[in-house]
Design a protein around this ligand. Structure first.
Ligand code: SF4
Length: 331
């Protein structure tokens, strides 16, 4: 009698590990569907971080889920704290797996699997963290990690014989040599996000996010988008963002809130600068000085125009010293 086909749900980031995990499970004749989470902190410019290409290559259905405000609340107050920077990896994984659990039920998947590798990532992939994540997500013993399964306690899928244990692997640690060799063996050459991770693991980005959390009770996705571009400065209750190139200047104008002021130096190449917070005389002067500093006029007094809707007000400022600029920089 033909064995009934088992269906499994893959957490597919589009990175090498999850791609290999999908391949290993598909090769067992198991039907695979995938889910991909796009966070506001993803490093890839195109949505899905390569997951759509992987899903297409394997011919499997993919659901892409964009995480928004609910996810930002997790990032702000993670139960299990942050990693080296502002990356709350344990809470992040719990959040995603809870969503995956619901979706697995919807599509009738018998188990969930991931590309996690034991001890590959310091915060979220050591044995204790894997257990916490499973437990908190309500998936104890239910997440198969095909790349490391032989080193981990047996999951339900193995105990029930839904997967062939002999085809599961025992990869451990940070070296990706075995994964790269496997990719070669499987003919997988294109993996756009080799190491995964997200902006929250970057020191400079973490400093900007920390500053935002400190000064703003409610943050929006627009605030996060703004963190990804420009040079960021803090002057008391004011935040000043200076564009670094034409493209960023345009984005800054698009992200400008109704109450923000924008600035531009006159008679020379100039960045666009946004001023958020109370529009005091001193704050306007600081924003104008930063605009002058990054303009093409490198000496003397700089004429800067600014305003809320249009550039209707004028101020003349001296170009500040680099020390003055550094004192205001968020770092
Ligand atoms: S690196 Fe970023 S996306 Fe990955 S688990 Fe950590 S917080 Fe989540």
């Amino acid at each position: 009698m033909e064995k009934e086909k088992v269906k499994a749900l893959a957490l597919l980031s589009g990175g090498l590990d999850s791609t290999l995990a999908v391949k290993l499970i598909l090769d067992q004749g198991i039907e695979v569907e995938a889910i991909n989470f796009v966070t506001p902190f993803c490093l890839c410019k195109k949505g899905g971080c390569g997951a759509p290409e992987v899903a297409e290559k394997f011919g499997i259905p993919l659901k892409i889920v964009s995480l928004g405000g609910e996810y930002l609340r997790v990032i702000r107050k993670p139960k299990y704290g942050y990693g080296r920077n502002m990356n709350p990896c344990i809470d992040c994984r719990i959040f995603m797996l809870k969503k995956a659990k619901k979706y697995a039920k919807e599509i009738g998947a018998a188990f969930i699997f991931t590309g996690e590798v034991l001890d590959e990532r310091p915060m979220s992939q050591h044995l204790k963290a894997l257990h916490i994540i499973e437990e908190e997500a309500g998936l104890k013993g239910k997440i198969l990690r095909p790349l490391s399964a032989r080193l981990l306690p047996k999951t339900e899928a193995e105990k029930k014989g839904l997967v062939d244990e002999s085809k599961l692997l025992d990869i451990r640690g940070r070296s990706r040599k075995r994964q790269i060799a496997l990719a070669k063996e499987f003919g997988i050459t294109d993996y756009p996000c080799p190491a995964g991770g997200c902006l929250l693991t970057y020191k400079e980005f973490a400093a900007k996010l920390r500053d935002l959390f400190r000064h703003k009770k409610r943050i929006s996705l627009r605030d996060v988008r703004l963190l990804k571009i420009g040079r960021h400065f803090r002057y008391g209750r004011n935040k000043i963002v200076v564009g670094r190139n034409k493209e960023e200047n345009e984005v800054l104008l698009r992200l400008k809130a109704q109450n923000d002021y924008f600035f531009e130096a006159q008679g020379c190449g100039s960045p666009i600068t946004l001023l958020q917070g109370p529009k005091t005389r001193q704050a306007v002067e600081q924003a104008a000085k930063l605009t002058a500093y990054y303009s093409d006029q490198k000496t003397g007094n700089v004429h800067v125009k600014y305003g809320r809707e249009k550039l209707e007000k004028n101020i003349s400022v001296d170009r500040p010293s680099s020390e003055e600029v550094e004192q205001l920089r968020i770092k």
